[in-house]
Design a protein around this ligand. Structure first.
Ligand SMILES: [Zn+2]
Length: 274
């Protein structure tokens, strides 16, 4: 019975646990969804609208209605707005925020729905870690506790910068820069916090003021992901940024490829598809 052998192989192959990392195609904005090896669901930013919920519905197992951790890197609309709608469909256990509070409507709506769901709010700084499983954790690289965030001219530079680490046979790291610019990159370099990573979510949608040559040299990503919408009015990604990234990394763009997904096996081998 060749058919049943094939079906069995298919079933066993499907049940091998791997971490899934999706950079969603949600137009101009950031939205990343990670299903960890241990089956936790993590959402980092939500894009500008309900496109996020559609994408999440396709990527998450249909029977799973719980997001263990939601992270808002900073409260600009292209990151926060889509997150509000998520609460209508999922239980969100924990919401990770930067220390500064804002008074834009979408941000306030997010706090209100989180409050209704009794979601735990966690404010993070450099050095904080979030354990995701036996092999997996987030490390917060920014903001520093001593940074006066309200004095910064650019709210983008209040972005939470996170690194996801998988401590497997071949260790893997994913660096998520939010919309941080050179100002933050320079501080991370000076603080000695930059390490070689495998996947870089490029800061600020590939703007020319992020991803300096020094920063790219230090992070050495194999893949650089740019979350930007087709035909966006900001000119993201900038040609100069693309030129700086190209010699080091394979650049993958949501505006060209749609949703970009990585599958990472427990031993650290990984592959990318879109
Ligand atoms: Zn943005």
């Amino acid at each position: 019975m060749i058919w049943s052998v094939a079906a069995y192989w298919h079933w066993t192959n499907q049940s091998v646990a791997s971490a899934q990392l999706h950079f969603f195609d949600i137009g101009q904005g950031d939205a990343m969804y990670l299903r960890t090896l241990s089956g936790k669901d993590i959402l980092i930013d939500g894009g500008p609208d309900r496109l996020l919920v559609n994408q999440l519905g396709q990527a998450m197992p249909f029977w799973d209605r719980t997001i263990e951790i939601m992270v808002l890197t900073h409260p600009h609309l292209d990151h926060v707005a889509g997150l509000v709608e998520v609460f209508n469909y999922y239980q969100v256990n924990q919401l990770v925020l930067e220390p500064v509070q804002y008074n834009n409507a979408a941000y306030e709506a997010l706090l209100a729905v989180a409050n209704q769901q009794h979601t735990t709010i966690q404010i993070v700084h450099t050095g904080d870690t979030i354990t995701l499983g036996p092999l997996e954790q987030f490390t917060v690289l920014y903001p520093f506790a001593e940074t006066n965030l309200t004095a910064l001219k650019d709210v983008n530079d209040t972005s939470i910068v996170l690194r996801y680490d998988l401590a497997s046979v071949q260790p893997r790291s994913v660096l998520l820069m939010g919309d941080a610019t050179q100002l933050v990159e320079d501080q991370l370099l000076q603080a000695g916090l930059m390490t070689d990573v495998d996947i870089l979510k490029v800061g600020h949608h590939g703007s020319r003021y992020s991803s300096t040559a020094d920063f790219i040299q230090a992070s050495q990503p194999e893949y650089a992901i740019i979350q930007s919408g087709a035909g966006n009015s900001y000119g993201h990604p900038h040609a100069e940024t693309l030129a700086r990234l190209a010699p080091v990394a394979t650049v993958l763009r949501n505006d060209q490829l749609g949703t970009i997904t990585f599958s990472i096996q427990p031993d650290g081998t990984y592959r990318q598809y879109y």
